[in-house]
Design a protein around this ligand. Structure first.
Ligand code: PGA
Length: 257
């Protein structure tokens, strides 16, 4: 790994209601004393649960962020919540361009770019998600698609030197399917992503995550790869038992490095 820390990011999606989110946050707060200092954890609860979860986790060094933001600060945008509002509610990060946003809610690369800019302006650290669909992969277009996603979002952006540039490579065909990308194949893409970002944001050393059907039993394989700094986990992060298994196995992997 190119960074000193290991990043374990939990995307709770719409799996947990208000009570369930708070129960899981409380359980993590309680267990956090035993978490290694080398693990950087961030949870992404639903917008509804974000404020109390952020309050619960504020003392225990677990970061919190929304799963999506809107790029205007305030105004007549029914149903949306701005980056600034999430910042004020205790967020430090924001998931941007998750494939479910892109494919179910038709978010474009242009939208993603506006959300990245709004996150930076609100002093949130965006976690940019990229990845190809199964069809694009079958057509041999993986590299082309991911490069377009990165270029459209990051070109000429002048990334602030004090903000981490975090990109999660999440092949769409691996998300929620149990069909995780082979770590060596993921590493090949991470190596490419690393080099594209070097060109797009000179002088910035990116943090690269893998996401897509990460489980306790396969997490170590990713963390052993030199360009994979951590994982973004959906289904297995929304249950205490499976998330703890990921934390424990990651800690073991980190100690071995
Ligand atoms: P999954 O989701 O771990 O359930 O595959 C990952 C993600 O969508 O970020």
């Amino acid at each position: 790994m190119t960074q000193n820390k290991t990043y374990l990011f939990a995307n709770w999606k719409m799996y947990l209601d208000y009570d369930e989110s708070n129960i899981l946050a409380n359980a993590l707060a309680e267990k956090s004393k035993k978490f290694s200092d080398e693990i950087e954890m961030t949870v992404f609860p639903s917008a509804l649960s974000l404020y109390p979860v952020a309050q619960t986790l504020s003392d225990v060094k677990i970061n919190v962020g929304p799963q999506n933001i809107y790029w205007v600060d305030k105004g007549g945008y029914t149903g949306e919540t701005s980056a600034q509002m999430f910042k004020a509610a205790g967020s430090s990060h924001a998931l941007i361009g998750h494939s479910e946003r892109r494919h179910l809610f038709h978010e474009t690369n242009h939208d993603v770019r506006q959300k990245i800019e709004a996150s930076l302006n609100a002093e949130l650290t965006p976690v940019l998600c990229v990845g190809e669909t199964e069809k694009e992969r079958d057509e041999g277009k993986t590299e082309e698609i991911v490069e377009i996603q990165l270029r459209a979002t990051l070109e000429d952006l002048n990334w602030p030197k004090d903000r981490e540039l975090i990109v999660a490579y999440e092949p769409v065909w691996a998300i929620g399917t149990g069909n995780a990308c082979d770590p060596a194949e993921a590493e090949r893409m991470h190596d490419k992503i690393f080099n594209w970002i070097k060109g797009l944001a000179p002088g910035i050393s990116p943090v690269l995550l893998y996401g897509g059907s990460v489980r306790g039993e396969n997490v170590e394989g990713y963390l052993q790869m030199s360009h994979i700094n951590g994982v973004l986990v959906g289904g297995s992060s929304a249950k205490l038992e499976s998330w703890m298994e990921i934390i424990e196995n990651s800690t073991r992997a980190v100690e071995k490095l």
